[in-house]
Design a protein around this ligand. Structure first.
Ligand code: NOJ
Length: 561
């Protein structure tokens, strides 16, 4: 049992892309003014922490992950003053703010790269990774991250007359973290945002950040994890309870290393659990979910997993066994246009789980239920009950859909749907001015799926989500307890117990469509905490034995004292 609880172990994190969340100035682009106005909505929903995707000045060729200035706010989203107002207003409502720290690479328009390419003697030359002749290709572990969109990791720069290294797009040159000056810059950037009141950083591409860039001798780090240890030390020194939440979609055998001895990252995005959870939903069997617990490492006492179902990128199923990949693709992404990079799905969760095809989603009749409500509830109830901290992306709480006509990952990055009014209430601007078109018409259009309508309806997904978030808040056992998997005797039913200091939470989930019942031995009388309204009943069948009746995709959480 872990003894200390830190804030991120019992929180719900909500991911926001400022540019598509709420436009407060009417120019068609989401901004800090709009976001600040919506803080009461987030507080009402029960959100403890928001993670902001990059909002820094950027040519925006990779949704802001191509930064040109680490110390500013892109003028389209507001000013630093607006940012500070936002952090203060969030704080007044008890909401913490994490910001994206994108220091594996910069934009090729960053002044550092401009100086580096134009002057071989500039101190910035060595901020990046250069060679005259790229090393032998291919190193299977160091290929382009976006196959099909990039076909090399070395690009020739005419001005520099040399090749530079980039694991992502060619306009995102990798920073050379082996250079102490670069490490100093990273500290300075973190210090700046901590001073402005953030509670930490979502460390972009942590795996590649500490990799031996380009496989060169000159970029080899003696102690790669020392980079993360340094960052953690700095954040603890300068921040008020601030943390590092890292993105590392790495081999399961490497995952424990990011936590170090409890002195590297505090929280790791749980890509592995995501893939196996989605496999369990597709297979309608508990087995994949049980298997992932054998793959996930033990983590230190203050460490935590951030569990999610979808994010703003592709849903990566590449680490699943082939048979699971096949089921996931067949059930959740049957059309080619729904897939990406040969390993992922570019859909939002609601249409994916409803088994709705792309053309049905945009052209089909409105569907008041927002797709298959029972399955959405099952998926999120499971997510919120698994050991870790849940993370949701904006719009999932109302069951937003995707727009497959948009290129690549932008399919899942459409504007938040606030109401049935013009542009879904996202912006008052004319449609030509919008940063991205909102989804209109069909099952998932803003006319049908929006916050305003769901707010007034006690049976809506939004209201259900708020109950889920509040239920999770009452269960610190889930955030910091020990997890035991329970035998249910039914392959479709997953049951687990999270044991806290004094109490335990038991959660039972029926991944299948057919109603079923299972009997569990529980040391104590269960008290119902959360479940589908009218959907689950349980009764004592013998001393210590309880039978749970689970409907179609039914679920239930109980507390045992
Ligand atoms: C991970 C981000 O989630 C993704 O959107 C981005 O393209 C890459 N990092 C590069 O920064």
């Amino acid at each position: 049992m872990r003894t200390k609880t830190r804030w991120y172990q019992n929180a719900t994190i909500y991911a926001i892309d400022v540019k598509t969340f709420a436009d407060g100035t009417g120019d068609g682009v989401g901004d800090f003014a709009g976001l600040t106005d919506r803080l009461d909505y987030l507080a009402g929903l029960g959100i403890d922490c928001v993670w902001l995707l990059p909002f820094y000045p950027s040519p925006n060729r990779d949704n802001g992950y191509d930064v040109t200035d680490y110390y500013g706010v892109d003028s389209r989203y507001g000013t630093l003053g607006d940012f500070v107002e936002f952090v203060r207003e969030a704080d007044r409502r008890g909401i913490r703010v994490l910001v994206d720290l994108v220091v594996n690479h910069t934009s090729d328009q960053h002044p550092w790269f401009r100086a580096a390419r134009s002057d071989p003697d500039s101190k910035y030359r060595d901020y990046y990774v250069w060679v005259d002749d790229p090393p032998e290709w291919p190193d299977p572990d160091r290929g382009p991250v976006f196959p099909g969109e990039e076909d090399a990791v070395w690009s020739y720069d005419e001005e520099a007359e040399a090749f530079y290294y980039h694991r992502f797009y060619h306009f995102q040159p990798d920073l050379n973290v082996a250079n102490p000056d670069v490490r100093e810059e990273i500290r300075k950037i973190m210090g700046f945002w901590l001073q402005l009141g953030v509670s930490g950083f979502r460390v972009d591409a942590a795996t590649l950040l500490i990799d031996n860039k380009g496989g060169l001798e000159s970029t080899r780090l003696d102690d790669p994890h020392g980079v993360l240890r340094d960052m953690r030390r700095f954040v603890e020194r300068r921040g008020d309870d601030a943390v590092l939440l890292a993105e590392a979609d790495d081999d399961p055998r490497n995952l424990a290393s990011y936590f170090g001895a409890g002195d590297e990252v505090n929280v790791l995005l749980n890509f592995l659990l995501d893939a196996y959870l989605v496999a369990a939903l597709a297979e309608e069997r508990a087995a994949p979910l049980r298997e992932v617990f054998d793959l996930l490492p033990e983590i230190p006492e203050e460490g935590q997993w951030a569990n999610f179902l979808r994010n703003f990128d592709e849903l990566n199923v590449g680490r699943l066994p082939k048979s699971y990949q096949k089921t996931v693709f067949e059930r959740f992404a049957p059309d080619d246009e729904m897939r990406i990079y040969g390993r992922g799905i570019r859909r939002r969760l609601a249409p994916m789980l409803a088994g709705v095809s792309g053309s049905e989603a945009t052209g089909g009749p409105p569907d008041e239920s927002g797709g298959d409500r029972d399955r959405i509830e099952l998926a999120y109830s499971l997510l919120f009950s698994l050991p870790g901290t849940p993370l949701v992306v904006y719009g999932d709480e109302i069951g937003m859909g995707d727009d497959l006509s948009l290129p690549g990952r932008n399919a899942v990055r459409t504007p938040m749907q606030w109401s049935a009014e013009k542009n879904g209430g996202f912006s008052t601007a004319e449609s030509e001015a919008l940063v991205r078109p909102p989804i209109s018409g069909g099952r998932y259009g803003y006319e049908t799926v929006n916050v305003a309508d769901q707010r007034g309806d006690p049976n809506s997904l939004l209201q259900w989500f708020s109950r889920l978030i509040h239920a999770r808040r009452e269960c610190p056992e889930i955030g910091r307890g020990d997890c035991e998997l329970l035998d249910t005797g039914d392959p479709a039913v997953f049951a687990h117990r999270m044991v806290g200091e004094e109490n335990a939470v038991v959660a039972v989930h029926n991944l299948g469509e057919s109603p079923t019942s299972v009997t569990l031995s529980l040391a104590g009388d269960p008290i119902r905490l959360f479940g589908r309204d009218g959907g689950v009943e349980f009764e004592r069948v013998e001393t210590g034995e309880w039978r749970f009746e689970l409907g179609r995709y039914g679920y239930c959480w109980v507390r045992i004292r």
